[in-house]
Design a protein around this ligand. Structure first.
Ligand SMILES: CCCCCCCC/C=C\CCCCCCCC(=O)N[C@@H](COP(=O)(O)O)[C@H](O)/C=C/CCCCCCCCCCCCC
Length: 218
């Protein structure tokens, strides 16, 4: 684990992730893409602290973040301010491959859907982490959360590789240390504050995607 030797800005702090998801929601419950992506950047930082066995997962998350950042900073960037505006813009302009992969293999809608599914895994995992005891096994919590969510969208080979990676997750105390929040009580309290936010962002996105039949984008 590289946490103690990491330089200041490489060191993960869960507070940053919490702050990003707090900033995600506008007054009228739109989801700001910039903060959503920042939340994921923070989570990838955490993954990088866990060692190279998680490299293939971090790489995929980084790729997805980069696709969204490129869209947000491209010539139609203003259309990518919120997830709602992105969906409207891409659908109105035929920029989404809806039934099979074609000329828009990296649309914002498709790319975000992959992160959105992973957000459900995160929600389930953090809830287990929050409510578990001191000797709780993070590998088991992670695998259970994965099996209840993301795994349904992954082929056998990815499920296998993910299962191997989960086995080397540190125990709950070491895991909490990497989160860099403070005492166990402080971590649990922060998780209690972060989870409703993550859950709200997830539910709003899920409803939006369901309304537009986007939940199975290839
Ligand atoms: C401080 C709080 C504690 C929790 C911190 C967790 C940090 C997690 C950081 C990132 C999570 C990984 C997000 C992965 C996104 C995966 C998106 C995806 O499903 N991609 C697949 C499909 O993409 P396309 O091919 O359709 O473009 C792709 O095939 C996946 C490849 C990589 C494998 C993904 C396995 C995900 C396992 C769940 C994450 C485990 C992290 C464990 C760390 C605690």
């Amino acid at each position: 684990m590289a946490a103690s030797g990491a330089s200041v800005d490489q060191r993960f702090c869960f507070q940053e992730v919490f702050d990003s998801f707090k900033l995600c929601l506008s007054e009228n419950k739109e989801v700001y893409l910039e903060h959503y992506v920042d939340g994921w950047r923070g989570l990838v930082k955490f993954l990088n602290c866990l060692g190279s066995v998680f490299g293939f997962i971090a790489k995929d998350a980084v790729n997805k973040v980069q696709v969204l950042v490129a869209l947000m900073s491209g010539e139609s960037g203003s259309q990518y301010a919120t997830i709602q505006s992105m969906v409207k813009y891409e659908l109105d302009n035929g920029l989404v491959d809806v039934t099979k992969r074609g000329s828009h293999p990296e649309s914002g809608c498709r790319t975000l859907l992959r992160l959105h599914r992973a957000l459900r895994w995160l929600e389930l995992f953090l809830e287990r982490l929050r409510t578990s005891g001191e000797d709780g096994k993070t590998s088991v919590m992670c695998a259970e959360a994965y099996n209840e969510s993301l795994s349904q969208h992954h082929p056998w080979v990815i499920r296998k590789a993910a299962g191997v990676a989960f086995c080397v997750l540190p125990g709950r105390p070491a895991f909490f240390e990497v989160m860099n929040v403070g005492s166990t009580e402080q971590v649990v309290a922060m998780l209690g504050g972060a989870l409703p936010l993550i859950s709200e962002v997830y539910n709003i996105t899920e409803e939006l995607y369901a309304q537009h039949n986007l939940l199975d984008l290839p």
